[in-house]
Design a protein around this ligand. Structure first.
Ligand code: ADP
Ligand code: SF4
Length: 594
């Protein structure tokens, strides 16, 4: 038996602009019933899930792709925890928080992770799907009787739960708080730990500044510090990695783990798998269909949880939630390039600013190649890109050939009220709709649905995809992408990595990608440049190195070694000073390759 789920994207549904095709062609409507109607009040389509037969005709005829119909096992119906409204997203089951442990939430964007956080922190009262007639606490507690979550909800009911949340979008903190980092931290520091956190998170030099002047990474770490310094029982961190480099990510992870040592309960949403693996004691996987429904898996060990997610298969429930398995095939990741086939060759370059200098060893970028750049923040990675692009003149070293370069910056501007399609038209130089580029770039990356949305209404992940696509649409030789992973979920990261690689190979272009997600960098790069030095003072870049050499060098400086998961071949961080860790470090194989 199945039950029907019909979800309408209210932003995409535009009855004024279409011919009401869904209403006209629905066979149940034709038989005289009111299955799809136009809700006059909100001027949107409305679907009656009880009489819908799931044929999917409306899905096909809607010109704006606004409708999704899915059939779910009817047993799930009793597991429904929350539904926002009619034809809206719904969440099935909840993860169980664990005292003194970090539980990682892993799933695609739009699968309900924020909804979970809002419910467990007491910000949203779960309605068990009865959005029209929400249940009272007695009914909710009865539903949870005999489970670990019952006492959790009793505490929420009695106002006894204190939750602290690090929100996803840290830029919003700077918009609402006038003042310095120090003032913000002191305002919330109920545990008297601000000095310690400042040191742990490397915020010594940033706290005197006004929030609006901080870099994304500084703001991210400040937001983590604020959340940790509150005296709460439950701590939630929504994507603590964004904008931080690998060193800073490790610091953030340790700070979060310290909370569990004093018995706190922690949940983390994170798409950097290396970090999630390193950070979590347990994983709960969320699967389903983005913006339509989400199901929580039940508690799994970190290793099993991440592998379940990559496999797209949950054995305990015998559910396949993705056709494709993600593997990190080690052999396919090295490509042979022919000599002499360069887009650009550069000599040793140097650039000095009054308080910062960077030196770069000579190198070349070949046609079809993706050069990955890794290293701490503030070592001159952007300066290198600018010199290669001819925007910035080196003090020593000269670049002969001018290459045309398109740049996707790390921080994206979202406060503009412009339709996505016009941004893409401009990048493309021609109308995008019906163009060849639409087929080559837009379709594979699945962003057509966003055409008529305004930039200011996009989620972080959607905005990132639009920015990446706008970069790739430009007719240049070299594409430079700064932190393309930010706010993308794991599936999107893998899809983008594979697409960029395929794109530069088939069109004989090249790409330079800066990112701090080690797994993404492993997947996308053909060769790698490693930046070393002292952040904000002086930086040094190697020539492009082979991936193994580069990773070993980079990880040596981090003092982290990796082994390969025997199933998915994904790299996993070795526990510090474990047998494997010591052995690999001794032999210089920080990044173990089979
Ligand atoms: P995630 O955090 O995993 O990205 P969310 O919990 O934010 O997922 O959202 C899941 C879905 O629920 C999204 O499609 C979102 O648009 C929808 N949603 C979230 N909040 C509301 C709300 N207040 N009303 C209606 N829909 C909502
Ligand atoms: Fe009507 Fe079929 Fe759409 Fe259900 S799926 S609303 S029956 S057209």
């Amino acid at each position: 038996m199945t039950h029907r789920v019909a979800v309408l994207d209210k932003e995409l549904c535009q009855p004024k602009k279409c011919g009401l095709e869904c209403i006209k062609y629905c066979p149940v409507n034709k038989s005289g019933a009111d299955c799809i109607i136009l809700n006059e009040e909100i001027k949107k389509a409305q679907i009656d899930e009880d009489i819908c037969n799931g044929c999917g005709i409306c899905v096909k005829v809607c010109p704006f792709d606004a409708i999704t119909i899915v059939n779910l096992a009817s047993e799930l119906a009793t597991d429904k925890i929350h539904q926002y409204g009619q034809n809206s997203f719904r969440l099935f089951r909840l993860p169980t928080p664990k005292k003194g442990e970090v539980v990682g939430l892993l799933g695609r964007n739009g699968m309900g992770k924020s909804t979970v956080i809002n419910i467990l922190s007491g910000n949203v009262k779960p309605n068990l799907g009865k959005y029209n007639d929400p249940p009272d606490w007695d009914e909710i507690l009865k539903y949870y009787s005999g489970t670990e979550l019952k006492s959790h909800f009793e505490q929420i009911r009695d106002g006894q739960i204190k939750a602290s949340i690090k929100p996803q979008q840290v830029s919003q903190i700077a918009q609402v708080f006038e003042g310095t980092g120090k003032e913000l931290l002191e305002k919330y520091d109920e545990r008297g730990v601000s000095n310690q956190l400042t040191k742990e998170l490397g915020l010594e030099n940033s706290l005197e500044q006004n929030l609006k002047e901080l870099s994304g990474g500084e703001l991210q770490r400040l937001a983590v510090a604020v959340a940790v310094s509150k005296d709460a029982d439950f701590y939630f961190f929504d994507e603590p990695s964004s904008y931080n480099d690998v060193f800073q990510r490790t610091r953030v992870a340790k700070t979060i783990q310290n909370l569990t040592k004093i018995g706190k309960t922690v949940m983390v949403v994170e798409h950097d798998l290396t970090l999630l693996d390193f950070l979590s004691d347990y994983i709960e996987v969320l699967y389903g269909e983005p913006a339509v429904y989400g199901i929580v898996s039940g508690i799994l060990s970190t290793k099993v949880g991440i592998n379940v997610f990559l496999d797209g298969y949950l054995p305990s429930e015998n559910v396949r939630f993705r056709d494709k398995k993600f593997t990190f095939d080690v052999s396919s990741s090295t490509t042979e390039f022919q000599e002499g086939n360069e887009i650009i060759k550069y000599p040793a370059l140097e650039k000095k600013y009054p308080s910062f200098s960077v030196s770069i060893e000579s190198g070349k970028v070949r046609k079809g190649e993706v050069v990955g750049i890794m290293g701490a923040n503030a070592l001159g990675k952007t300066t290198m890109m600018k010199m290669i692009a001819g925007v910035e003149k080196p003090d020593s070293g000269k670049i002969d050939k001018k290459v045309k370069i398109a740049y996707k910056p790390q921080y994206l501007q979202n406060d503009i009220d412009v339709e996505v399609v016009s941004v893409l038209d401009k990048a493309n130089g021609n109308p995008i709709e019906g163009s060849q580029e639409e087929e080559q770039i837009i379709d594979p990356l699945k962003i057509k649905k966003l055409y008529n949305k305004s930039i200011k209404n996009l989620s972080g992940g959607e905005l990132q995809k639009v920015a990446i696509v706008s970069c790739l649409l430009q007719k240049v030789d070299l594409y430079a992408l700064d932190e393309p992973s930010a706010f993308l979920d794991v599936e999107e990261r893998i899809a983008i990595a594979k697409f960029i690689q395929k794109f530069v190979r088939s069109f004989e272009k090249s790409a330079i990608v800066i990112d701090h997600d080690i797994q993404l960098m492993d997947l996308i790069s053909d060769s790698m440049v490693i930046f070393e030095g002292t952040s904000g003072v002086e930086g040094h870049a190697t020539s492009p190195l082979s991936k193994t050499e580069a990773m070993n060098r980079f990880l040596r400086s981090l003092d982290i070694s990796f082994r390969r998961d025997e199933k998915s071949f994904r790299p996993r961080v070795n526990k510090l000073d474990s047998r494997l860790d010591k052995g690999q470090k001794e032999s210089g194989n920080f990044y173990y390759r089979r």
